[in-house]
Each structure stands twice: as structure tokens, then as C-alpha cells.
Write a protein that binds this ligand. Structure first.
Ligand code: ADP
Ligand code: F6P
Length: 319
């Protein structure tokens, strides 16, 4: 029997609970003992581990957040911090660790692997900023949350004949902005991956107005700077009445979508299977609708490819 530990780290994402459930149930089904680590790498340093059983993950597949809590732990970035964590893993007789998180958390997992401890990563972040996988857990739900918000903002924008700038999360990645912009029928999408100018956006707004549009929606990715400043400039240059809505952490919560739940379930199972097969230093993901696993260093070094076709399509469809 193997002892597996699982933790969630970095920004939480809807579907993390479904991934924890899959790790625990798949692990126990295959005769493993599964330990949950509280508050990410913080709990690993503090020895905050507990045994999870089948019922400890009951009734969580549909819940947002993470029952294991999450944290950003600076101490884990130090050699001494990681030494403490390795010692805790030894004390609890853990054979392998599963880290659910984003690229920062994967870097933590990579460091443990390099120190000789078996670690596997599951991509859990709304940002979708990991190039080796087409989807990260939580991204689909976040898009749907943004779409819901766009529909509501559209109602009031139309009533008042305003332009609405909606700032969305994603850190340096424009994927949430792009997909929500395409699906939400935005007039403009401003993302860090594509060069943009206020002038170009304003011209688009004026064109839409002259064509008789009653409202305009601009999706502004947080990685592009200050949304309030941007709105002010658009207002000055176009003379249109504008409002900014920063969606913020609403994008990180809520019940995970069907896609995120199934993705998390499959990724959780694959991660455990890799440990059972004696593998380490790998991350799991989805490529072309298939579950894949990739070397962690390779995955972290891969460059993201922005979906420029979807970006151009958004422009065409909002003429
Ligand atoms: P995410 O995993 O969502 O990208 P962060 O970038 O905040 O979130 O990283 C989460 C945690 O991963 C950090 O708080 C830290 O504990 C760990 N981590 C990040 N970078 C490193 C690093 N270079 N070395 C070791 N651990 C790291
Ligand atoms: O990585 C997820 C994310 O929500 C980013 O989109 C955002 O930039 C950041 O985390 C916000 O972090 P915090 O929750 O610490 O404010």
C-alpha cells in the first residue's frame, strides 16, 4: 500500500474539490492511504495533515472553493522551508504528493521532485495559463461566471445607452477575457497577448455607435493595466458615457461547471495512477480532448499559444 498526500495551493478554483474527491476515492479504491494537507505548502511545513476516508469527500463535487483550504506560502520558496516540508513527509511516511494549483504551485512540486520526492501536479487555476494543457480546472466555470455578469451588465448598459468596461481576471493571460468576449458578444476585447491602443478601441466604439448600437461591452483583461484609467480615456476620447465593472473574486467562486467537474475527476484519477505506476515529476492535463501527462519541467517551460483566430472572430462578429 502507498500513502499519498494531496494539497491545494495558490488561488483556489471551482473544481478543486472534485479533484480532491477523485484523488481520495481513486486512491482508496486502489488500496492507498490518502492524507489531506491543509493550506497548501504552509500545511506541509507545519505538519497539518490528516487521513481522509471515502466519506470525507462526500457532498463536495458540486462545491466551489477547496475543503483543504489554500494558501500562498513564501517560506516554501526557501531551501529551509522545503527541508521542513520534506521532513514532515518523512514523518507521515508519505510516498507521493499530489499538488493541485497553478504554475507557482507546480514550481513548488518541481522543487520537491528535484529533491527526490515523488510529486505530481494537477492544473487548478481559473487563469488557464499553463501551455501544456488546453484547460485548467476552474477556467470553464470562470468563463460562465463572466458570461452571466456580461448579460446582466448588458441589460443596464442598454437602458442607459452606455459603454461598459468589464475587467476580468487571468493574471498575465488573456484567455478568460477572450473566451468570455467571444461568447458574450463583446465589441472589443483587450488582452495582454495582442498589441492594442486606446485609439483603435475608440474607433470601434464610435463605429458601433454610428451603426445604432445602444450599448457597447469591452472586456478588459487585468494583465493590461488599470481598467479605471482605460475607461476614463475611452470616455474622454469618444464622449460616450462609460462605466467600469471589476468582476474580481466572484470569478473564483461558485459551483463548478459540468466540464470542470468531469475534467477534475479524470485528472485526479490519472494523477494517482501515475504515482501507483512509480512515476514522479509529471503534470496531468487535457490535450485535444484526451487526458495526458507531461514532464513537469517541460510543462513549465512551454510557451502559451494565444488563440488569435478566436480573437479575430470576436472582432468580425461584433462589427
Ligand atoms: P499558483 O499556483 O496559482 O500559480 P502562486 O504563484 O501564488 O499560485 O504559487 C502558490 C505557491 O506555490 C506559493 O505560495 C509557494 O508556496 C509555491 N511556489 C511558488 N513559486 C515557487 C518557487 N519558485 N519555489 C518553491 N515554491 C514556489
Ligand atoms: O491566479 C488566480 C487569480 O485569481 C488571478 O486571476 C488573479 O490575478 C489573482 O489570482 C488574484 O489573487 P488574490 O486572490 O491573491 O487577490
Amino acid at each position: 500500500m502507498k500513502t499519498i498526500a494531496v494539497l491545494t495551493s495558490g488561488g483556489d478554483a471551482p473544481g478543486m474539490n472534485a479533484a480532491i474527491r477523485a484523488v481520495v476515492r481513486y486512491g482508496i479504491y486502489h488500496g492507498c492511504k490518502v492524507l489531506g494537507v491543509q493550506r497548501g505548502f504552509r500545511g506541509l511545513i507545519d505538519g497539518d495533515l490528516f487521513e481522509m476516508d471515502l466519506s470525507s469527500v462526500g457532498d463536495i463535487i458540486h462545491r466551489g472553493g477547496t475543503i483543504l483550504r489554500s494558501a500562498r506560502c513564501l517560506e516554501f520558496k526557501t531551501e529551509e522551508g522545503r527541508e521542513k516540508a520534506l521532513n514532515v513527509l518523512k514523518i507521515f511516511k508519505v510516498d507521493g504528493l499530489i499538488v493541485i494549483g497553478g504554475d507557482g504551485s507546480f514550481t513548488g512540486a518541481r522543487k520537491l521532485s528535484e529533491a527526490g520526492f515523488p510529486a505530481i501536479g494537477i492544473p487548478g487555476t481559473i487563469d488557464n495559463d499553463l501551455a501544456y494543457t488546453d484547460y485548467t480546472i476552474g477556467y470553464d466555470t470562470a468563463i460562465n461566471t463572466v458570461l452571466d455578469a456580461i448579460s446582466k451588465i448588458r441589460d443596464t448598459s442598454t437602458s442607459h445607452e452606455r459603454t461598459s468596461v468589464i475587467e476580468v481576471m487571468g493574471r498575465h493571460c488573456g484567455d478568460i477575457a477572450l473566451q468570455a468576449g467571444l461568447g458574450g458578444g463583446a465589441e472589443a476585447v483587450v488582452v495582454p497577448e495582442v498589441e492594442w491602443s486606446i485609439e483603435e478601441v475608440c474607433q470601434k466604439m464610435m463605429k458601433s455607435k454610428n451603426r445604432g448600437k445602444k450599448h457597447s461591452i469591452i472586456i478588459f483583461a487585468e494583465g493590461c493595466g488599470d481598467a479605471n484609467e482605460f475607461t476614463k480615456k475611452v470616455e474622454e476620447k469618444t464622449g460616450m458615457e462609460c462605466r467600469t465593472t471589476t468582476l474580481g473574486h466572484i470569478q473564483r467562486g461558485g459551483s463548478p461547471s459540468g466540464f470542470d467537474r468531469t475534467l477534475a475527476s479524470k485528472l485526479g484519477a490519472r494523477a494517482v495512477q501515475l504515482l501507483l505506476d512509480g512515476q514522479s515529476s509529471r503534470v496531468v492535463g487535457m490535450k485535444d480532448h484526451k487526458i495526458v501527462d507531461v514532464d513537469i519541467i517541460e510543462a513549465l517551460e512551454m510557451e502559451s499559444e494565444f488563440d488569435i483566430e478566436a480573437y479575430e472572430l470576436t472582432k468580425i462578429l461584433s462589427i
